[in-house]
Write a protein that binds this ligand. Sequence first.
Ligand SMILES: Cc1ncc(COP(=O)(O)O)c(C=O)c1O
Length: 412
Amino acid sequence: MAGTVLGIFPPHCESTGTLSVPSTTTAFLPTIQSIEGSAAAANTIRQSSSLSLKKRGEGYGPPLDNISQTVGNTPLVKISDRIAPPGRTIYAKCEFFNPLSSVKDRLALSIIEAAEEDGSLKPGMTVVEATSGNTGIAVAMMCAQRGYPCVITMAEPFSVERRKLMRMLGAKVIVTPKAGKGTGMVEKAKELAEKHGWFLCHQFETDANWKFHYETTGPEICNDLKGMKFDYWVTGYGTGGTFHGAGKYIKENSPGTKIILAEPGAANLIGSGISTERNDDGSPASSHPAFNPHPIQGWTPDFIPLVLEKGLDQSIQDEMVDIPDGAAVQMAQALAKNEGILTGISGGATMWAAVETAKNAPEGSVLVAMLPDTGERYLSTPLFASIEADMNEEELEIARSTPNFILEPSGE
Ligand SMILES: Cc1ncc(COP(=O)(O)O)c(C=O)c1O
């Protein structure tokens, strides 16, 4: 399944020897070809690593057969000392480089291809899934590309732009009442699948979810850090697929790396020690008593997913970190302003956990933090609540500093 995809990856994961290098590095951006500064940047080689960066202008690789082939192989990007504590190196694994800008593109590809292979998904069948957004967008993309009708169930509180994106990709979106929480939208998807004979993705239960991260996300991180220190890997969880799959691979292949699992302080499900009761198919039978609504969309539903539980049972996590209220949004805003890295609230939460871990880690430590998606998906959420659409006083002052084309606020 993953092998066919890995075969078309551009060659930037291949080791081509080392050169002595300047202290700054330029990240490889497969789809962005900048002319500016390219002469100096083109030959930059990753410091301390045996891997070379692909030169700008070399191209992505041979033309692709379809968009799903661009899933995965996302870059690690160094975080500057404006955010990383002195003497510690933090790399962000930027999952917004996936075609629909989130880690969930991996999940959708794996579920659809696994179901096509085992025959549970046949041509013309409708695909249905319950999702807080990114999975729906990714599943809608895969269905559009493969020609399957797509129905997504989604609880009311999740951001409106996500619903619109799914509809743009041809999916039907069934919004479920807020009171029913995450379990409500999961139940609705199950009901619809049973009634209409549709294919249900089961993202919270299927082994295809974590296996794809074991085959792609984990190896990508280890390959890109080949020859370098790798002390901590930091992630949160939604389904737990990233944590279980990539975590298992990292544990097996980089045993010195500590795995840090974060969850919202307001929804301390794992921390509570209370397990989730399940139906026969592994789906949750009820809402978890430790759940409270929290601001980190895409993280920690109101139950412990089976995919997560299977990872926890293998003790993949070395440490747990609780994210305090407000920390995730603040860090996501700091990443945008200081690094030019536009990630969502969960990316902010993971980076906050990475920075806190780094502060207590020995000098010289190297950490990798997962950034699951793009900040653009959160325009109507608290992430952008403090960002004005109209000019503020400072901007007006700049506008008025020359005589022409001044748009004065109406009413003044
Ligand atoms: C925004 C966001 N962050 C993080 C995650 C976590 O990913 P996973 O489902 O692999 O645990 C998800 C997925 O639900 C997500 O949508």
